[in-house]
Design a binder for this molecule. Structure first.
Ligand SMILES: O=C(O)c1ccccc1N[C@@H]1O[C@H](COP(=O)(O)O)[C@@H](O)[C@H]1O
Length: 211
């Protein structure tokens, strides 16, 4: 079944709601962003949500020390690297990481093989002013015939309750990641979170039955 990560969580209520609605992972943004939060805020949420929900910290070009301290103090399961972190930097890390790549054409997928130590790789849209969380999609169809290890593929970028089933059909990722698409007026929206997760799980069930 396709897993779901709800990213940009800033409140314990939202984290609990997402967990109870079936989220498999939640994301805390430590990069420059309107969703940015402190280590203390994230640690307080992390210690109060069920263990089975993975805690993922999102960074853009962090220092090694920032990564290690945040990972340990919050109790993260993974760090998500959303900037221009080099393969050498990533390979030298001693913590589990997800490497995000911004995709606008199939040429961008060539970088995947240079991050082999990544636990997962996350494909996001290249459109928008920020390094992530732009709420913009990319052409998922370009993933269809690519030789990609789907068990390590997280799909992100502009996903929402209306497009997530199509996105999964076209890219067959192990996990989908959403931030903007489950917000209203810049705040996480429980109705959208619930519907998003329901649509993903529904779609996954249908898929399994069709196999
Ligand atoms: O969410 C943010 O503000 C953010 C900031 C900097 C880097 C990454 C960020 N979020 C990640 O961006 C993608 C796409 O988000 P969206 O659904 O299009 O809003 C997702 O992986 C978030 O984890």
């Amino acid at each position: 079944m396709t897993q779901v990560k709800i990213c940009g969580i800033k409140k314990l209520n939202d984290a609990m709601f997402a967990a109870n609605a079936g989220a498999d992972a939640i994301g805390f943004v430590f990069a420059e962003s309107k969703r940015r939060m402190s280590i203390e805020q994230a640690a307080n949420i992390a210690m109060n949500i069920p263990d089975h929900v993975k805690k993922i910290g999102v960074f853009v070009n962090p220092s090694r020390i920032e990564l290690e301290e945040t990972y340990q103090q919050v109790g993260l399961d993974y760090v998500q690297l959303h900037g221009n972190e080099s393969p050498e930097f990533c390979e030298s890390l001693s913590l589990p990481f997800i490497k995000a790549l911004r995709v606008s054409s199939d040429k961008d997928l060539r970088a995947l093989k240079t991050y082999e130590k990544a636990s997962y790789f996350l494909l996001d849209s290249a459109t928008g002013p920020y390094q992530g969380g732009n709420g913009t999609t990319f052409g998922w169809e370009l993933l269809k015939d690519q030789k990609i290890n789907r068990s390590k593929l997280i799909l992100a970028g502009g996903l929402n309750e209306d497009n997530v089933k199509t996105a999964i059909n076209q890219s067959t990722p192990v996990m989908v990641d959403v931030s903007s698409g489950v917000e209203t007026n810049g705040q996480k929206d429980p109705i959208k979170i619930k519907q998003f997760i329901q649509n993903v799980k529904e779609r996954s069930t249908c898929h399994t039955h069709n196999l």
